[in-house]
Write a protein that binds this ligand. Structure first.
Ligand SMILES: [Ca+2]
Length: 267
């Protein structure tokens, strides 16, 4: 009997020791196991670093994607910075032009019908309002200032596109968009014929419409956003170097003498 009691006491003691031991000795990794865990952890860190170093393609080299940004009321663009069809030639003879040169139409003339040999310029406006348009152009064929001196221009998605004489007493709209009055001379489908005049055939800043009664060119942007300016071929031999759009916070003299080309971004 005494032996049986001692045996029970021993079993209870062993059970208590065993329970106590298990609760205290939680799993502890060996040194080798710890090294493996550290390596796995570092591998995860390396993977996340690689994801962060991914780079985006930021090239902007296709002129058909160019967007020119207005800044402080001025847009200044080298005319050759667009996608042109084959009958437009880039030339750089003489002086009076800037950038890579000037573009000249060498194809068939389109004196009555606009929409041939088109090129487009996307212009981002941040300061809405009315802007005057001017370009620097030259007569590169013949010796007469009234021939080979014009190209078609249109702003189709702006809120207004019109021409006005210098004292503001006459305002005209392009033909073909149900707005009147219209200018004397060629106009159709919302396009103005934009000419330069004078017997000095070299590059000069002028953009006029209305035959024998030069009206200046204006475009109205009612809200900030990107607008499309279109040109199309009219006279062969009309060379165009660059253009400006400027609002009433910029003088014409400052606009055409500026060297601050509009910043180009891409679609
Ligand atoms: Ca140019």
């Amino acid at each position: 009997m005494k032996r049986l009691i001692l045996s029970h006491i021993l079993i209870i003691f062993l059970v208590v020791i065993s329970t106590y031991s298990c609760s205290e000795d939680a799993y502890m990794p060996t040194d080798a196991e710890e090294e493996v865990m550290e390596e796995e952890s570092e591998t995860e860190d390396d993977a996340s670093t690689d994801e962060e170093t991914g780079t985006e393609d930021t090239t902007c080299s296709d002129p058909s994607n160019y967007i020119f940004s207005e800044k402080d009321g001025l847009v200044l663009v080298e005319f050759e910075n667009a996608e042109f069809s084959a009958d437009w030639a880039l030339k750089s003879d003489g002086d009076g032009h800037s950038g890579a040169g000037y573009m000249v139409w060498e194809g068939q003339q389109h004196l009555s019908i606009p929409g041939n040999g088109t090129a487009t310029f996307k212009i981002n406006i941040t300061n809405p309002g009315t802007y005057q348009f001017l370009w620097n152009s030259a007569v590169k064929t013949g010796d007469n200032g009234t021939d080979h001196n014009d190209t078609w221009l249109r702003f189709n998605d702006a809120q207004d596109f019109y021409a006005q004489n210098t004292d503001g007493t006459s305002t005209v709209y392009p033909k073909g968009i149900d707005k009147t009055p219209n200018p004397e001379g060629a106009s159709a489908d919302g396009w103005f014929k934009i000419y330069r005049s004078g017997n000095n055939l070299d590059f000069k800043w002028q953009a006029s419409t209305f035959d024998n009664n030069p009206h200046n060119i204006f475009v109205q942007f009612d809200s900030a956003g990107t607008y499309l300016m279109e040109i199309s071929a009219r006279s062969s031999g009309h060379g165009i170097d660059k253009f400006v759009l400027f609002n009433d916070s910029v003088t014409q003299a400052n606009a055409i003498s500026s060297n601050e080309e509009s910043v180009i971004s891409c679609d």
